[in-house]
Design a binder for this molecule. Structure first.
Ligand code: NAD
Ligand code: MG
Length: 392
């Protein structure tokens, strides 16, 4: 094995960030924490800095940085403090490995910074590929960055493939990808009651413990829709080659079907430390802290087709994937606004897809030739979604 690798964890205080630090702490002979970043939970960030002693901590604003630096110094810590997008982009580019685990569109520029520096990039922030897939993948090709998927489904698909997909699935003899999803907390709830579900009910995922935004996305199945777009870019395939399969137990994390009829699946307990450890050590394997899968206790693996009436977001995402252009950036931005409004108690759960559909219908789909075009589409969709929510 090579020497110790430095690791930046973008979004260190989040669900993926904490799981990443748990895995890193198990392998001090392999990894050294270079930088930790957080947006708001500075007490949690302080505890992480105390435990991991990174070279840098990155916070949101200059004023936060001053207060945080004083607190570190008062406690005898020599970690330097940076702030804002410039700080995030700097630490993302400087470490050997970048875990991209900021949630939402805010993750795009820091993740791209690591890509452009040609780093090993562990991608949890699916929104950056959904927003700017072509530009992102072009940047990967240009810099030679090693892009490894953390999303459990995409990590599973990657594990079921013989190598990276450079020229499409046909070259590898793959006929289709089976993207599995649990169906979330409302898979069986009477549809008529969905309009009154609370944010806490939507965030109570049956199998996974995650941040609140992705938890709501799982409840609407927009998460599976965003993952469909993500898979198209990562595995260079059209949406027609990807089938979504509802698998309530979340033991199979996705599958790949080959032209000879073979179907390969990756299984494991639903714990993100498995894909995180896989990508951190790839192509080697390291312990993750995840327990052994007990198939006897599990006893059953069930499968069903997704219910598009119950989950209109899935259809919207597939349509955006097929439309191309800025369609998925528009959908993603409107979704971030609608989900935040739902979590804030301003929007009914069932109004989320209604807002998205209206924004997508009303906004022009452009050719995303530059980041500026993507960012303008994102900003416009946010504004349209906000106006529609205010008008309710
Ligand atoms: P989370 O809400 O738990 O954590 C988000 C992190 O991002 C926090 O550290 C927060 O401080 C930081 N952050 C939020 N807004 C920011 C901003 N504007 N600028 C800078 N930093 C900001 O989210 P999570 O569940 O850990 O998810 C992170 C990403 O990983 C998401 O893109 C999600 O879709 C993806 N993902 C998560 C899981 C999971 O199991 N949690 C699984 C697959 C993919
Ligand atoms: Mg996933």
């Amino acid at each position: 094995m090579s020497s110790v690798q430095t690791v930046t964890v973008l979004g260190a205080t989040g669900s993926i960030g904490c799981s990443t630090l748990d895995v890193l702490a198990r392998h001090p002979e392999r990894f050294e924490v270079y930088a930790l970043t957080a947006n708001s939970r500075l007490d949690a960030l302080f505890d992480q800095v105390l435990a991991h002693r990174p070279r840098y901590a990155v916070v949101q604003s200059e004023s936060q940085a001053e207060v945080f630096l004083t607190r570190l110094k008062d406690n005898g810590l020599s970690t330097q403090v940076l702030y804002g997008e410039a700080g995030l982009c700097q630490v993302a580019a400087e470490a050997d490995v970048c875990m991209a685990a900021i949630v939402g569109a805010a993750g795009l520029m820091p993740t791209l910074s690591a890509v452009r520096a040609g780093r090993k990039v562990l991608l949890a922030n699916k929104e950056s590929l959904v927003m700017a897939g072509q530009l992102f993948m072009d940047a990967v090709a240009e810099s030679g960055a090693c892009l490894l998927p953390i999303d459990s489904e995409h990590n599973a698909i990657f594990q079921c493939l013989p190598r990276f997909v450079d020229n499409g699935l046909d070259e590898l003899g793959v006929s289709r990808i089976l993207l599995t999803g649990s169906g979330g907390p409302f898979r069986q709830r009477p549809i008529a009651t969905l309009s009154t579900v609370t944010p806490d009910e939507a965030c109570a995922h049956p199998n996974w413990s995650m941040g609140r935004k992705i938890s709501v996305d799982s409840a609407t199945m927009m998460n599976k829709g965003l993952e469909l777009v993500e898979a198209c870019w990562l595995f260079r395939c059209p949406p027609s080659r990807i089938d979504v399969v509802v698998h309530p137990q979340s033991v199979i994390h996705s599958m790949v079907e080959y032209v000879d009829g073979s179907v390969l699946a990756q299984l494991g307990n639903p714990d993100m430390r498995t894909p995180i450890a896989h990508a951190l050590a790839w192509p080697e394997r390291i312990a993750s802290g995840v327990g052994s899968l007990n198939l006897i206790a599990q006893a059953r693996l069930d499968f069903e087709a997704p219910d598009e009436q119950r989950f209109p977001c899935l259809r919207l995402a597939r349509e955006a994937a097929e439309a191309g252009g800025t369609a998925s950036a528009i959908l993603n931005a409107a979704n971030e606004v609608a989900v935040a409004a739902f979590l804030d108690g301003q929007l009914a759960f069932t109004a989320i897809p209604q807002i998205l559909e209206k924004v997508v219908e009303s906004q022009e789909n452009c050719e995303p030739r530059t980041l500026a075009i993507v960012q303008a589409a994102d900003a416009e969709a946010r504004e349209r979604a906000s106006r529609l929510i205010q008008a309710l």
